[in-house]
Design a protein around this ligand. Sequence first.
Ligand code: 13P
Ligand code: SF4
Length: 307
Amino acid sequence: MSNSERERVKELKKELNAVLLAHYYQESEIQDIADFVGDSLALAQKAAKTDADVIVFSGVHFMAETAKILNPDKPVLLPDLAAGCSLADDCPADKFREFVQAHPDHTVVTYVNCSAEVKALSDILCTSSNAVKVIESIPKDKPIIFAPDQHLGKYLIKKTGRDMLLWNGSCMVHETFSEKKLIQLKVRYPEAKIVAHPECPENILELADHVGSTSSLIQYVSQSSDKQFVVVTESGILHKMQNENPDKEFIPAPPESGCACNECPYMKLNTMEKLIQCMENQSPQVHVASEIIERALVPLNRMLSIN
Ligand code: 13P
Ligand code: SF4
């Protein structure tokens, strides 16, 4: 990023009295200029507390929608409205409504990686940071639906011992990692610890020394006395890990093919250029219908109160 781009973002933030929130999977330049970089839970918590007039959200659409649900009267800018999420796409609201209606006795726990409409159909939301706590808050005799990520769902069944009815969505990035190549890396770097996001399939998680949300993975590698880590999640996270731990080595886990599939194509739609343009034009903005906001706010606030 050029100095002039950095200066322009600073100027625009001041002019708009805006806060710039960014996810760990955003490109490094954007992380470096953001007011706050975090995982999806921390970003929602920041959005809930901000006194800025405008929220500029550098992340994906469902995250910006969460910020809008919490701040219905403020403009929430997203550099590229096409920055979606394969998990959210795997759970269309009409199909999910039918599924929920077919199981009226179930408590519906939904991972925030879903549309505002799907949030509005849920009893309580969770992120990968607080999912265990959220599930443990539900009485033991209550059956649970968990959506949309089947891999996170299976991981939570193991962790909590609760039998849950799972929606079968998945993340295209976390499904891309190769078990065979990960085992080869383990042999090549026997000292390295493997850290993985719980959106990865079970066979990958079984090889991991630590499983957790993006912030949990960063915390683990920073607190560990080990010096080498294989990182099994979106590669944007390496920027923060390396910055915080210049003396440690981070090896991105290899995808199945020789592609760059461990980069989230949606996250990477947000570029510096689009960030500046959206602040200059105060567009594109994320819009959510007021009746959806009203209904989605209930499960969202339940989640936030658990933290
Ligand atoms: P975190 O909540 O761990 O930041 O994860 C968000 C996400 O989209 C993972 O793919
Ligand atoms: Fe969605 Fe996966 Fe991208 Fe996260 S990494 S935003 S779950 S597609």
